[in-house]
Design a protein around this ligand. Structure first.
Ligand code: GLC
Length: 486
């Protein structure tokens, strides 16, 4: 695995969970997995076990010279991780944040090159290199244009796009820096040039064109990016390469997210001891100063950004408060203007005994929210997979989701799905507007208040689903086998 993120040491979103969870599943199935990451200054070093220097003097070619790097080894949740530390005035990873710098494309192009250089020098010849998102999109280009001729002729690349919104655009200096001479060759519409701005290179496109197989993180999203406007300009490229493209639903790590063994909740429970879940509801109310009462708790967990439908989240808060429900929210707002709005909202609702907004990322608290809430809203406008709804299902917390991306693959409407009753597990709405979300919330509140036994069946249906890494792990192994022998 070559990735910019890995839970729990460095993580901006679900990508970090996927890299860790998939790697574990592959190892359980008898494969050897190494994870290569940048050595960021800002990481949870307390979660890396036995960090040691693995490779002292590695020189990575860069422009006309080379950058001196060290490579460290350490275990992260039992997985073998290698951290690349460049020593140069560029200070690629010695920064306060993971992303958000003008030279991001260069930073991660360097990382991609350094990862290959490390494999070459340390004599690692993986059958398959699995790359993730634009940050590693240049890796297959460098492998097949350069490293293939330097001692890595047999390696294959699987490239997973977790989010098409971020594509990694950059200018021609990237080619000079990484040793990809012949600019006219790469600035070709069949190769790296951006489909809109012909003076820029696009690293996600690079990954799609050069990899042996490309996936995105759910089957429905794979369909969306090929057939709707949800591909942010890469539709034509994907269409050309559709023969090596598919959707694989992400899994959830049930070692971490499982109410039967969860050590962060007040009381553990299973589908057969569902009453115990209400101890968590009580604890959640205490923790967030909510009043007791015969009301469902609706939760929102996750980053608040435009992709997630923040206007609908806001609407869901007020709709809940008007309709005999409580609302809790847990998540950071990286965008300054959304952050300002939600802090206003938090102050405005400060004294409301039916509502609590916690505007930060707190993985441990998230466990209690999943365990204590009755329902979970996920009104995303764009959602390649989404992990929140799958975690909610495992905790018997009924998801109310918009029918988009992976949400449409995992949640089946209680009233309108064509699946058999025992497979229906939540509420789904189509239109990303107030009426849409209200229609689903109304039905959910109605069932909770008037037919508690039916609501309980819905909870149990959700808990019985297996959204672990079991199936996706096998699916990826099939892909790896396929490209190895092609
Ligand atoms: C990105 C997507 C999200 C997906 C995650 C993991 O964050 O936005 O939908 O679940 O990657 O693949």
């Amino acid at each position: 695995m070559v990735s910019p993120e890995c839970a729990p040491v460095v993580q901006a979103g679900g990508l970090g969970d996927v890299v860790l969870g998939l790697s574990r599943e592959l190892e359980i199935r008898g494969n050897t997995v190494d994870i290569i990451l940048p050595k960021y200054a800002e990481m949870r070093y307390d979660r890396i076990w036995s960090l040691t220097l693995d490779y002292r003097d590695m020189w990575v070619p860069w422009y006309e010279g080379a950058i001196h790097c060290s490579v460290y080894f350490g275990f992260v949740s039992g997985r073998k991780c290698f951290f690349i530390e460049p020593h140069s005035r560029d200070n690629f990873f010695q920064r306060l944040a993971t992303y958000g710098y003008a030279d991001d494309a260069m930073r991660f192009a360097f990382f991609s090159k350094a990862a290959l250089e490390y494999m070459l020098k340390a004599n690692k010849r993986p059958d398959v290199i699995h790359c993730h998102d634009w940050q590693t999109g240049l890796l297959p280009v460098l492998l097949f244009e350069i490293y293939k001729h330097q001692g890595m002729p047999n390696q294959r690349v699987c490239f997973t796009v977790h989010n098409f919104r971020h594509q990694g655009l950059c200018g021609a200096e990237l080619l000079r820096a990484t040793g990809l001479n012949r600019a006219e060759y790469y600035f070709h519409s069949d190769r790296l040039v951006d489909n809109f701005n012909h003076s820029l290179l696009n690293l996600t496109k690079a990954g799609i064109v050069y990899s042996n197989f490309v996936t995105t993180v759910s089957p429905h999203h794979a369909w969306e990016v090929l057939s709707s406007d949800q591909n942010f300009g890469l539709g034509d490229t994907l269409w050309v390469h559709r023969g090596k493209f598919g959707g694989v639903l992400n899994g959830v790590d049930y070692e971490v997210w499982n109410p039967e063994i969860d050590s962060y909740v007040a009381r553990r429970y299973t589908a057969d001891s569902l009453d115990l879940k209400y101890d968590n509801k009580r604890t959640l109310r205490e923790r967030f100063w909510l009043r007791d009462g015969f009301k469902p708790i609706v939760a929102y967990v996750g980053r608040l950004d435009s992709q997630k439908g923040v206007d609908l989240v806001r609407h869901a808060i007020f709709y809940s408060l008007r309709n005999e429900a409580q609302f809790v929210l847990l998540g950071p707002c990286p965008d300054p203007s959304i952050n300002r709005d939600f802090w206003h909202l938090k102050h405005y609702l400060n004294d409301n005994p039916d509502c609590h907004l916690e505007l930060r990322f707190d993985a441990e608290l998230a466990h209690l929210v999943y365990a204590g809430a009755d329902m979970l809203v996920v009104p995303s406008r764009y959602e390649p997979c989404g992990l929140v709804q799958m975690i909610g299902l495992k905790y018997g917390t009924v998801p109310i989701v918009r029918a988009v991306g992976g949400l449409a693959d995992t949640v089946f409407d209680r009233d309108h799905s064509d699946r058999p009753y025992e497979q229906r597990n939540g509420y789904v709405f189509d239109n990303a507007d107030y009426q849409g979300i209200e229609s689903a919330m109304r039905r959910s509140f109605g069932l909770w208040h008037c037919y508690p036994e039916e609501f309980r069946k819905l909870m149990v249906n959700g808990m019985r689903y297996d959204y672990s890494w079991n199936f996706p792990g096998q699916h990826y192994l099939n892909i790896y086998e396929y490209i190895r022998h092609k």
